[in-house]
Ligand binder design. Sequence first.
Ligand code: ADE
Length: 252
Amino acid sequence: MNFHVMTLFPEMIEQAMSASITGRALQAGYLNLETVNIRDFSENKHNRVDDYPYGGGAGMVMQAGPVYHCYQDIMSRIAQKHAEQKTKVIYLTPQGTVFTQKMAEDYAKEDDLIFLCGHYEGIDERVLEEIVTDYVSIGDYVLTGGELPALVMMDTISRLVPGVLNNEASAETESFSGHLLEYPQYTRPSVWRGKEVPPVLLSGHHLNLQKWYREQSVIRTAQRRPDLLERADLTPEEWRLVRQVLGEESYE
Ligand code: ADE
C-alpha cells in the first residue's frame, strides 16, 4: 500500500505514522508513505496558499493552484506505475460519507491512495471538482484540519494490509467483524484485586471457549452497541440472550 498525503503539516503525518505498528510496517516495506507539502506549490512570493473568500465571510480559503500542482506532482509518479487505474483521491471533510470498517476494507485493496488535507475554512471548490474522487468524514464533529482524519483512515486501512499485523487472525476476529463487538480479554494474574478471570478461560476446553467468546460478543454488543445487531447473523438462542440483556437493563 502506498499512501500519498497532500498537507500543510507533513511532520504531523510522518511523526504519527512512524510510531508503533504502522512505523514497523513502513520500515518493513509493507507500507509506503509520501507526504507532499502543499506550500511548496505556492504561487506567490510570501509562500501563501490561502486567500479571502469571494463573497466575504470569516476565515480564509485554500487556493486551487497549489493544491492542483501538488496533486499533479504526486500523479506524475503514480501514473508511471499503472496508468489505466484511476487512483482514489480522498478529501477529508465533515461533509463526506462517514468512514466505516467496510470502507477501510475496500480502500485496503488499492495500490495507491491520495489524501487531501484541508485547513482554514476549506478549499476552492473548483480544484475539488477537478481531482477529488471520495469525500470522507470520520464523524459528526469538526476538527481544525484533515490531518487527524487522514491518520485515522491510514491507521485503520494499514492493519488490513497483508503483513502489517504479524498475527493474521487478529484482523478478522476483532470488533465489527460479523457486526459484533469483541469479547473481553484477560491476562495474568488470574486474580486481581479479588476479581477472578472467568474460569472457562483457564479450562483449556476449546469448544466451551469458542461458545463463551461468541456469547460474550453477543452480550457486549447488546449492552454497548445494540444498533449493530440489526445486521448481525444470530441464532434464535442468541436473540433470546439479546432480549434477556436488553430486557433486564430496561428494568434497572
Ligand atoms: N475535517 C474537519 N473535520 C473533519 C471530520 N470530522 N472528518 C474529516 N475531515 C474533517
